[in-house]
Write a protein that binds this ligand. Structure first.
Ligand code: HEC
Length: 141
C-alpha cells in the first residue's frame, strides 16, 4: 500500500490526465447529443405539439379542451361518451380515416360544419400530413 502511494505521479501530471479525460468526455458525448430521431418522427411529433397539443392529448381518457385523440383513426367522429361535443360533431356520422382527418385539419368546417374546434384556424396540407402521421404512429389503425 505504502509503496503504491510513493509511486503516484506528481500533481502536475495528474492534472493533465484529468484535463485529458475531460476532453475525451466531451468528444464522446458530442455525437450522442447531435444524434436525432429519424427526421420524420421528430417533425411529426413537433407538428402535433405545435398545432394540437394545447387542446388535445393522445392518452386514452385524457380529455382536455378537446377530446383525447387516442386511436382517433378508425374511431367514430364525436363518439367519446365522456366528452361534451358540439351537436354537429356528435351527429357527424362517419369514422375518421386518414383522408377525412387530413381534410378536417386543413379546413375543419368543410368536413364537420358547425364544429366547435375553436379557436383553430386550420393548418397547411404539409402540416396536416405530419400530424396524421404522428396520430397513426402513436396509436391507430
Ligand atoms: C383551440 C383548441 C383546439 C386545437 C388547437 C385543436 N383542436 Fe381538435 N378539437 C377541439 C375541440 C373543442 C373539439 C370538439 C369539437 C366539437 O365537438 O365540435 C375538437 C375535436 C377534434 C376532433 C374530433 C374528435 C372526435 O372524437 O371525433 C379531432 C379528430 C381533432 N379535434 C383533431 C385535432 C388535431 C389533429 C389538431 C391539431 C392539428 C387539433 N384538433 C387542434 C379543440 C382543438
Amino acid at each position: 500500500m505504502e509503496a503504491q502511494m510513493q509511486t503516484r505521479p506528481p500533481t502536475s501530471v495528474r492534472l493533465r490526465a484529468i484535463a485529458g479525460a475531460g476532453a475525451l468526455t466531451l468528444l464522446l458525448s458530442a455525437p450522442s447529443s447531435l444524434a436525432q430521431q429519424p427526421a420524420n418522427d421528430e417533425a411529426a411529433q413537433q407538428a402535433f405539439n405545435n398545432s394540437c397539443r394545447t387542446c388535445h392529448s393522445v392518452k386514452e381518457g385524457d380529455n382536455r379542451l378537446g377530446p383525447n385523440l387516442n386511436k382517433i383513426l378508425g374511431r367514430k367522429a364525436g363518439a367519446l361518451p365522456n366528452y361534451n361535443y358540439s351537436p354537429s360533431m356528435k351527429e357527424a356520422g362517419f369514422v375518421w380515416d386518414q383522408d377525412k382527418l387530413t381534410r378536417f385539419l386543413i379546413k375543419p368546417d368543410e368536413v364537420v360544419s358547425g364544429n366547435k374546434m375553436q379557436p383553430y384556424g386550420g393548418v397547411s396540407a404539409d402540416e396536416a400530413a405530419k400530424v396524421v402521421a404522428y396520430l397513426l404512429a402513436v396509436g391507430g389503425q
